[in-house]
Ligand binder design. Structure first.
Ligand SMILES: Cc1cc2nc3c(=O)[nH]c(=O)nc-3n(C[C@H](O)[C@H](O)[C@H](O)COP(=O)(O)O)c2cc1C
Length: 211
């Protein structure tokens, strides 16, 4: 089993990276490897709402010249996914949002590519905005019928300069517990395959409140 983690921070080894790494270290102890992909330093434009991906249904965003399609395939191949972001103005990082909007639009309209994979979000913040950002990241996971492991608090770690989050003892524990629970949930899912019947996927009811 393998996990792909997306680091939405511009800092390669900042606090978001450390949050991901603590989770990944626990996964590794349970035999699950994590590939960390650095998203936040890339040049990724946002979704242009062209809806070509809905028409094409080929697991691709039509926008060219960046890594989004490659990363969509990484998610497809993985058993678990971690979304990590720093807090920027009480929100997730802008580059991460550009990536997630495009990637999850594509995965959702291609027969629920991420359905029943295990997914967790982690957030790094100096002071305030951790929970709205955690909520924003979880919106992508919830929309995809993914399975969410929890910790003993919300998955937010505190620090300002890169690496400072390692001094947040409670935050470190939150990530550690998350990693343990994520590994366990992934094993439950894996071991249940073939013996516990997966619910059938319903086609999406799509209303907009006026028709
Ligand atoms: C553009 C920008 C906006 C930020 N906005 C907030 C904020 O709204 N609230 C906060 O507590 N920290 C804010 N911060 C601080 C970061 O969330 C904090 O330093 C975090 O640990 C960075 O994670 P990283 O090292 O992975 O980049 C901001 C930082 C930047 C660069």
């Amino acid at each position: 089993m393998k996990v792909v983690a997306f680091n939405g921070s511009p800092n390669k080894e900042g606090n978001t990276y450390h949050a991901i790494k603590i989770v990944a270290d626990e996964l590794r102890k349970e035999g699950i490897e994590t590939e960390v992909i650095h998203v936040g330093n890339k040049s990724i434009r946002g979704c242009i709402a062209c809806n070509q991906c809905v028409k094409n249904k080929n697991e691709k965003c039509v926008l060219q010249g960046d890594e989004v399609n490659e990363w969509i395939q990484k998610m497809k191949e993985a058993d678990g996914i971690i979304l990590g972001s720093p807090v920027h103005y009480s929100s997730l990082g802008a580059t991460m949002k550009s990536f997630l909007d495009r990637a999850f639009y594509v995965t959702s309209i291609n027969d629920g590519m991420l359905r029943h994979k295990v997914g967790a979000s982690v957030v790094a913040v100096r002071r305030s905005g951790g929970l709205p950002t955690f909520d924003q990241l979880n919106n992508y996971i919830n929309y995809s019928e993914m399975l969410i492991p929890t910790s003993n608090y919300w998955n937010v770690i505190h620090g300002a300069r890169p690496g400072e989050a390692l001094q947040d003892e409670e935050g470190v524990q939150i990530m550690r517990v998350l990693g343990k629970n994520m590994a366990w949930l992934m094993k439950l899912v894996e071991n249940g395959k073939g013996s516990v019947k997966e619910p059938e996927r319903e086609s999406k009811v799509y209303t907009n409140f006026i028709r």
